[in-house]
Design a protein around this ligand. Structure first.
Ligand code: FAD
Length: 440
């Protein structure tokens, strides 16, 4: 009997999962395996919001596998050691997993290949699983190894055919193998966000269907309207692969203005992945070194992290981040620009704060968006500075979003909330601004 292993990583779903489908097709029996990598989940760089989302996502994945006569095998430890042990225990002939681009995932894949070669076990990685378009599929005609600018990439991305979503496998057989309990997460823990989204492929598909049928139409006009909360909020489900980007693309009408604008954002996601695939070191090093002198300012940094900069629109975003583990793109742009362009604090410091709190944080999207804002990344206008007052007037004209997150200013009506210093709000109620801008 041929036995295979489907190693789940950032593809926690049964629908449109190339690695799972291939493992099921090849093996008479499959071990659907998830390894809780303690270096990531419990280690120094752990992130409670993502650990909590992950615990729920594994529960939903197990439920989905059980309804197909299988179950999830969970083990804790070093991924390579655990996979090796499982391969040996069940005499697996191959291991299937999603192709990924980060420095860490590439080292993991290399180490797996090396170790399993000693056991005559093949490792197959599957593209177009974490991204809609494989990062290696699109190359610029100049012969460079990646696109450095989004617009030409997007043109090629639009012309690239995307395969149909794959059906979930049925009638799974899992060979006897030792597993451990699914990880649990104490929801009331103070270090995670009180209003965090619930993880999982069942929840994610439900949200996708609701959003595609009710809200995607208005996306083109409303995505940046902070009060409207009109974006899909699907990013954590895409991050953990509870949803496949290909399935998401097939659920929206990409011919409509809303669907097309939404698909463009998914192309941004793929764009950053192809940059990271070519430059894994962009996770920590400037993509375009620009000789910027970053400032050390612990007091200003703390004010920014805690949402007490004195600029209500900036503080609203940062408080939403802590409360929900998520922020809309416009708020991420405003807060990141404030840190890097106004306070002149290194983008790596801001990215680390986001990495800790964001439930959707990943190296490609977090680090490369930070670099984009800081002017060290792929922005063709690296010197642009977002003035938070102008941003507030444009994207929160009635102050509704800001009022939601800054309760102490709730009594300031309409746009007056964006300039509390004009209303003489005492500093013990709300801090004085820590920087100066035109239009104060
Ligand atoms: P929607 O507007 O509904 O968009 C649909 C999907 O497209 C998103 O779920 C996301 O997967 C993708 N997308 C949208 N905008 C972008 C973008 N600018 N770059 C890449 N993908 C995009 N996104 C992450 O997924 N993880 C991160 O760690 C992350 N960090 C960011 C840090 C900064 C400083 C900035 C400016 C942006 C960051 N983004 C990140 C991108 C973007 O802000 C989020 O993807 C988006 O806000 C998620 O909300 P949504 O699902 O409602 O997006």
């Amino acid at each position: 009997m041929t036995v295979t292993v489907a190693l789940f990583t950032r593809d926690l779903r049964v629908h449109d999962n190339p690695a799972l489908v291939a493992a099921h097709r090849e093996g008479a029996a499959v071990v659907p395996l998830f390894v809780v990598d303690e270096r990531i989940v419990g280690g120094r760089r752990s992130a409670p919001n993502r650990a909590r989302f992950l615990a729920a996502a594994l529960g939903e994945l197990d439920g989905e596998l059980r309804s197909r006569d299988g179950h999830l095998v969970v083990r804790h430890g070093d991924v390579v050691d655990v996979v090796d042990e499982v391969v040996r225990a069940v005499h697996a002939e191959s291991v299937h997993l999603a192709e990924d681009v980060s420095w860490y995932s590439r080292r993991r894949e290399e180490a797996l290949r090396k170790r399993l070669a000693e056991r005559d076990c093949l490792v197959h990685t599957h593209p177009s699983s974490i991204t809609a378009v494989d990062p290696n599929e699109l190359g610029p005609s100049s012969g460079r190894d990646h696109f450095a600018v989004f617009t030409p990439y997007y043109r090629r991305w639009l012309d690239t055919p995307v395969r149909r979503p794959l059906a979930a496998p049925r009638g799974m057989v899992v060979p006897p193998v030792r597993g451990e309990a699914l990880p649990e997460f104490e929801e009331s823990r103070a270090d995670s966000s009180p209003q965090l989204a619930v993880g999982g492929c069942v929840t994610g598909r439900k949200l996708l269907r609701q959003w595609a049928s009710r809200r995607s139409e208005d996306y083109a006009s409303d995505a940046d309207d902070l009060a409207a909360d009109a974006t899909s909020r699907l990013s954590p489900y895409l991050h953990f692969g509870c949803l496949s980007p290909i399935e998401v693309l097939h659920q929206v009408d990409v011919q409509s203005p809303g669907g097309a604008a939404f698909a463009r954002q998914l192309a941004w996601r793929d764009f950053h992945h192809q940059v990271l695939a070519a430059h894994p070191e962009a996770g920590w090093r400037d993509y375009r070194p620009r000789d910027i002198r970053w400032r050390e300012d612990p007091k200003a940094l703390r004010a920014w992290q805690e949402g007490r900069t004195g600029f209500p629109i900036v503080d609203a975003g940062l408080r939403q981040l802590r409360a929900e583990g998520w922020m809309p793109n416009r708020a991420r742009l405003i807060t990141a620009s404030f840190l890097t362009k106004t306070l002149r604090i290194d983008w790596r410091v801001g990215a680390e704060h986001f990495r800790y709190w964001l439930v959707d944080a990943d190296v490609a999207n977090n680090q490369l968006n930070w670099q984009w804002v800081a002017g060290t990344g792929n922005d063709t206008r690296p010197n642009r500075v977002l003035n938070p007052l102008r941003q507030a007037e444009r994207y929160d004209p009635d102050g509704e979003y800001t009022r939601r997150w800054i309760p102490e200013l709730r009594d300031l009506e309409g746009p007056t909330i964006h300039r509390p210093w004009r209303a003489a709000v005492p500093p013990e109620v709300y801090p004085s601004p820590i920087a100066e801008f035109n239009g104060m």
